[in-house]
Ligand binder design. Structure first.
Ligand SMILES: C[S@@+](CC[C@H](N)C(=O)[O-])C[C@H]1O[C@@H](n2cnc3c(N)ncnc32)[C@H](O)[C@@H]1O
Length: 392
């Protein structure tokens, strides 16, 4: 039998979660509640409810991994798990917002860079050129962490606004006192890897756009011949070898034609041209040099979706057990847009592990981590009991 607080302690490598989490029947002392603020009080209650909901009286024999199909949820600190997980095609980060909304979430955005730095470093080490990162946060949290992501080679692609709608305002904000309009949004920001490739004679690895142009010129070929190579009037020189912002990543067949032409007609002494680690990639290998994107018709960067409610919301005695449960639909959207069946999804900050459930539905392999045992138990139960056919 292991004590849950001790397990949390061990999972996190820190002081245990205080086992005296105040519940509704045991309100926090007034002075303390004033200091914690309503959101943090709510967070402590949420852990309390999660513990009650799991029938956890503080003791249980917990398996530290729960599996179903290709989906795997771990109890523990994601930092200790990354090296055991296969390389991801998708990373869904829904970690701290700097709101103190659960134990471990820094009370302000000031603590976010310090929190995320080891995670972002690990994501960068394990990512593939085709990996997409979806970074969920508040607007300010994202702005705070963005320079860190860029420093570790993540390239901004698009910012999606989750608009929860006006109903979310109810009792939530007093605009006159706060002197600002009510906030009903979060952001989910899409990043891809900034891929750089080595070229003979270049001092440092070049971004793909520059590398393509560099290799073509190194072959001693004028740009217009790229059009002959690809069998087009002017699209190849205009799109694939341009130095300006109108550049397009050449699809696999265009890359194959460009590289074959350069290696056949280019200066013999410089061969091979367009080689990556000594070998010219095939069309299929070339396609894996960029993030996947499955275009979904009718989707924009504004996602209008109410906060999780009704049967989807995981509750105990009528109260949500996790404040931050994300809509399954939005997790499905991220995953289906950036991966294919069989691909690997990472969910380092699991909570109720909504990305794991979305992965189960969509036939992706998923690796999730949750550091707080009570939340892990809820997520594990959710995974075991989820009815894929019925969708609940
Ligand atoms: C914002 S919530 C995630 C909510 C989740 N997307 C959902 O739909 O339920 C973040 C979760 O990450 C967990 N967490 C924070 N740091 C962690 C870490 N280093 N490793 C694993 N889990 C962590 C927290 O305990 C919290 O439950």
């Amino acid at each position: 039998m292991r004590d849950l607080a001790t397990m949390h302690n061990r999972a996190k490598g820190q002081r245990p979660l205080n086992s005296r989490v105040p519940g509704p029947a045991e309100p926090a002392k007034r002075t303390r509640s004033l200091r914690l603020g309503p959101l943090r009080q709510e967070a402590r209650r949420s852990v309390y409810f999660a513990r009650r909901a799991t029938g956890d009286a503080g003791h249980a024999d917990l398996p530290t991994t729960t599996r179903r199909g290709g989906v795997c949820i771990h109890l523990g600190d994601a930092l200790n798990l990354y090296s055991r997980w296969p390389a991801p095609t998708v990373i869904i980060s829904d970690g701290p917002y700097g709101l103190g909304s659960y134990p471990g979430d820094p009370p302000t955005c000031d603590g976010l860079v310090e929190f995320y730095e080891p995670h972002v470093r690990a994501w960068s080490e394990h990512a593939l050129p085709s990996t997409t990162l979806w970074f969920w946060n508040s607007e300010l949290g994202w702005a705070t962490v963005h320079p860190l992501l860029v420093r570790y080679g993540w390239e901004y692609r698009s910012c999606h606004i989750w608009d929860k709608g006006k109903a979310h305002v109810a009792g939530n904000a007093n605009s006159r006192t706060l002197r600002k309009f009510p906030v009903v949004t979060e952001v989910c920001v899409q990043y891809v890897r900034k891929v750089r490739l080595r070229a003979p004679g270049a001092e440092q690895p070049l971004p793909v756009r520059e590398w393509l142009r560099y290799e073509w010129k190194r072959a001693g070929l004028p740009l217009y011949l790229a059009n002959r190579a690809c069998g087009v009037a002017n699209a190849a020189s205009r799109k694939y070898l341009t130095a300006d912002h109108l550049w397009y990543f050449p699809p696999g067949d265009a890359f194959e034609r460009l590289s074959a032409y350069a290696n056949e007609h280019g200066r013999p002494e410089g061969r091979p041209y367009f080689a990556v680690e000594g070998r010219v990639p095939t069309a299929e290998e070339w396609e894996r040099m960029r993030a996947k994107f499955n275009c979904l018709f009718g989707v924009t960067n504004v996602w209008r979706h109410p906060p999780v409610n009704g049967a989807e919301r995981i509750r105990f005695q009528g109260r949500p057990v996790h404040l931050n449960q994300k809509p399954l639909k939005l997790m499905e959207l991220c995953i289906s847009a950036s991966s294919d069946p069989g691909d690997v999804v990472w969910e380092p900050f699991g909570g109720t592990c909504t990305a794991a459930i979305a992965s189960l539905k969509l036939g992706r392999r998923c690796y999730s981590a949750e550091i707080i045992p009570a939340f892990y138990i809820i997520a594990a139960r959710r995974l075991r009991e989820y009815n894929v056919g019925r969708g609940d």
